[in-house]
Design a protein around this ligand. Structure first.
Ligand code: KG4
Ligand code: ZN
Length: 374
């Protein structure tokens, strides 16, 4: 099945074409194209994402990305009659499904993607389904590491693709799995019994982990988004220099709280205006990662997890991956994380989420839901 994914929930416009097969029991994905147009530079001067600016940029970017996918990148011309893949039979009507993020996210931004998807659906007679952005992050670990080579035949892309590796060979062996989703808007822990059934164990009661990274970065006068900047500075800092709090570390639940940690950083900087930025970054990161790792590990122990999954923008943080990797090794279970291209918001993961939602009873309505839950 060929799925066109569309993502506009925040400040990245994404359009991707993904081939999916195998169903829930043995899913396999090939990313034929994954285009992301980032608005980070536009929002950076405001220190965060401005919803109406995001909407304006999505409106501008969506037709451009679609055009790039269809014309330049894949060689479709003449209103879809020429093939997507040169010399093949693949044309726009061969796209089986259009998947678009309906939430959670900024509603004005989400609507741009939904309207665009519906327009394409009507024009080409392709069904459109709504995808949950968080489920997209959750499934991003299933996307293949290497870029796909597009082969000539419409039906043999998988067979001919030498780069395709199954990230997992036996899906029965990885469940139950503990999944940590850490992004700019969310921090939550799930216990998954299969790829399509899970229980939410806990979530943040205030700021998301990525939001805390962004806010502390702003206190340190680092550019937006702050996560990668903090990570960079932290490498040359002393992580034990400041004893920042580890909020809720020892509470028996699986919830998180990061706003107190951010406030502690604020007070520290007020009291120590000449503090070394590297030490503040390293000490803050250590505190945040301690909580994330500790709670994930405890959940894995408690539920007898046979694997750990991490996803979302903060999963790009190498120190977090290293810490979770160590925890997973101690428990003798594998850690699954998305390849670098799919940590941040993208449309390939939205296509994957839509593929699985097709197997679940619950369908998302095609209207923007800023607070959609997982
Ligand atoms: O998943 P994402 O692209 O968007 C949301 O769905 O929120 O995540 C963006 C968040 C931002 O807060 C950003 O600062 C954070 O992920 N982030 C990082 C790193 N890279 C991105 N946080 C810590 N370390 C990083 N390397
Ligand atoms: Zn996201």
């Amino acid at each position: 099945m060929h799925i066109l994914g569309i993502e506009t929930s925040c400040d990245e416009t994404g359009v991707a074409l993904v081939e999916a097969r195998g169903g829930v029991s043995r899913p396999r994905f090939l990313v034929l194209k994954n285009l992301v147009s980032s608005q980070v530079k536009i929002h950076a001067s405001f220190g965060g994402v401005v919803p109406n600016l995001a909407k304006r940029e999505h409106l501008k970017n969506l037709p451009k990305l679609w055009e790039r996918i269809m014309n330049k990148e894949l060689g479709i011309r003449n209103g879809g009659r020429r093939p997507i893949i040169p010399n093949s039979k693949f044309t726009i009507p061969n796209i089986d499904l259009i998947a678009v993020t309906v939430g959670p996210g900024l509603e004005p931004a989400l609507w741009t993607g939904i309207n665009f998807a519906q327009g394409l659906g009507e024009k080409y007679g392709i069904p459109v389904i709504g995808a949950n952005h968080l489920e997209g992050h959750l499934y991003s670990f299933l996307l293949p590491k290497k870029k796909s080579i597009i082969s000539n035949s419409r039906f043999s892309i998988f067979k001919k693709n030498p780069n395709y590796r199954l990230p997992i060979t036996n899906y029965k062996k990885i469940f139950p799995s503990i999944a940590l989703i850490v992004s700019g808007g969310h921090t939550l822990l799930l216990c998954m019994n299969s790829l399509v059934s899970w229980k939410k164990l806990g979530e943040t009661r205030d700021d998301a982990a990525g939001e805390a990274f962004d806010k502390v970065a702003r206190l340190l006068k680092l550019p937006y988004p702050g996560g990668p900047e903090i990570e960079k500075l932290a490498r040359s800092g002393d992580s034990q220099h400041i004893a920042f709090p580890r909020p809720m570390l020892h509470q028996k639940n699986f919830d998180f709280s990061f706003s107190g940690l951010k406030t502690a950083a604020l007070y520290y900087l007020q009291d120590h205006p000449r503090a070394k930025k590297e030490d503040v970054a390293a000490s803050f990161q250590a505190a945040a990662l301690d909580v994330l790792t500790h709670k994930t590990r405890r959940a894995a122990e408690h539920y007898g997890a046979r694997s750990i999954i991490v996803a979302g923008g903060v999963a790009a943080n190498k120190a977090l991956r290293a810490r979770l990797g160590k925890a997973a090794r101690a428990l003798e279970v594998p850690l699954f994380a998305p390849p670098p291209a799919y940590n941040l918001d993208n449309a390939a993961m939205i296509a994957a989420a839509a593929y699985f939602s097709a197997f679940r009873k619950k369908r998302n309505a095609l209207s923007a839901k800023g607070n959609l839950r997982i």
